[in-house]
Design a protein. Structure first.
Length: 403
């Protein structure tokens, strides 16, 4: 919502999907039956001091050699200043830093190369064109670098989401929250819960299989019950966070409403630190809803100034008052925020399965064990261990090309 509704604040360039045109000679065929090697401009678009172009895949090494006059690959992870040339025509393209990251010690886990070139559009376009002329290389799709990092086990799904949020973070608090998620805090918590469930399930299955032979320690079932109860309590406590994480990520929408001439526009101007709405001693000044995205102590908020609520004969003002009533609305109504509602959904489903365990254990232990398995599957979906393809597609679609 923050990103979509923040109309009065200039949006950072990283939201823009980069439209890199396909180089003429781009074959995009993977070499030797392997995976295609992808390339893209990974830094922002437009004129700048330095632009970073990177590749990922098996042809990264040949690409690095092709664009430089090197005979052997440079030392891994050490920047080297080289002249860059077109591998076909040998025309000089630029002078820049090159970096070689052999897999698996790279962002994607594959062989990766980076070209730090001068950030002029012609330079970037020439280097991209040269890369596209190398067999096995093709332009990356949006989010493809991150997708490969996930597929190669370099990032969990919640870390991927954290990375996406970090790229889009506009305030300090959003940056901190995203970084925590990127560092894997949520994923680790879920892994811990998953491990607890696995242990409980193993004990329960052992009880089901061996208890009749008296080969099982006493109190196993009680231990499983207690563990499940504690886990359910921990999950419920986590769910009762008043959606703080989601709200921080998307920003709060605050409507400034009240009687005419109360000083609403003066307030939005003060909080925005600029004159977004007209202030005058005349009641009925504001007619249209005026929006301003602000950063209040690191927390994002979208403020809406509205027409003063009063009975008016003026038709234009009547429409303004009607619109003021519409933005106040019912805060409980409206579409849920899909991507991070995902976390809540899986935790909720996990809790429900644990609740059903409680009910079924008195009747049928095998059924109860099945509920523990279902609970564990939901946690797996959250971190991407049990990946649903359509969810992955939604998450990676939010990324820019080159990320
Ligand atoms: N004394 C005083 N005057 C204020 C204060 N805030 C605003 N005003 C004045 O009150 C008048 C109305 O202010 P606005 O900010 O335009 O009020 P509003 O609620 O947006 O008015 P409408 O859009 O007409 O509903 C202006 O002359 C302001 O200078 C305040 O805190 N103290
Ligand atoms: Mg006003």
């Amino acid at each position: 919502m923050w990103r979509r509704l923040g109309t009065l604040v200039s949006r950072p360039a990283q939201n823009t999907r980069l439209c890199t045109s396909l180089p003429k000679h781009c074959s995009g065929r993977p070499i030797s039956g392997g995976r295609a090697t992808i390339f893209a401009l990974s830094s922002g678009q437009g004129k700048c001091g330095v632009a970073v172009i990177r590749t990922s895949g098996p042809a990264s090494g040949p690409a690095l050699l092709g664009l430089t006059t090197l005979r052997t690959l440079p030392q891994p992870r050490v920047a080297t200043l080289r002249l860059l040339q077109d591998p076909g025509s040998s025309e000089l393209l630029d002078r820049g830093l090159i970096l070689w990251f052999p897999g698996p010690h790279s962002f994607t886990g594959e062989d990766c190369a980076e070209f730090h070139v001068h950030g002029g559009p012609a330079v970037v376009s020439a280097v991209l064109g040269a890369l596209g002329s190398i067999p096995g290389l093709r332009p990356a799709e949006a989010g493809e670098f991150t997708k490969r990092a996930f597929q190669n086990g370099k990032l969990s799904l919640t870390e991927v989401e954290g990375l996406g949020d970090l790229i889009h973070a506009e305030t300090e608090a959003q940056r901190r929250q995203a970084l925590r998620q990127l560092q894997g805090e949520l994923g680790q918590l879920c892994h811990g819960w998953g491990d607890t469930l696995t242990t409980a399930l193993a004990h329960l299955e052992a009880y089901i299989d061996f208890s009749e032979d008296d080969n099982i320690e006493e109190g196993v079932l009680e231990w499983v019950d207690r563990t499940v109860q504690e886990l359910r309590g921990a999950l419920l406590a986590h769910l009762q966070d008043a959606r703080r994480g989601q709200r921080l990520r998307s920003g709060a929408h605050v409507v400034i409403a009240g009687p005419a001439n109360a000083g609403k526009s003066s307030l939005i101007n003060l909080l925005s630190r600029r004159p977004v709405a007209i202030v005058s001693p005349e009641p009925g000044t504001t007619r249209d809803v005026v929006e301003s995205a602000v950063d209040i102590g690191g927390f994002p908020a979208l403020l809406s100034d509205t027409a003063g609520i009063r009975d008016s004969q003026d038709l234009v003002e009547q429409e303004g008052v009607r619109r003021a009533h519409d933005r106040c609305g019912d805060p409980a109504v409206g579409p849920p925020l899909l991507t991070r509602a995902r976390h809540r959904h899986h935790l909720q489903s996990c809790c429900e399965a644990l609740g059903r365990y409680e009910q079924s254990k008195v009747r049928d232990l095998a059924l109860a064990a099945e509920e523990l398995r279902a609970a564990r599957r939901h946690l797996g979906h959250l971190t991407g261990q049990a990946g649903a393809d359509e969810i992955l597609e939604v998450i990676f679609r939010d990324f820019c090309i080159g990320k």
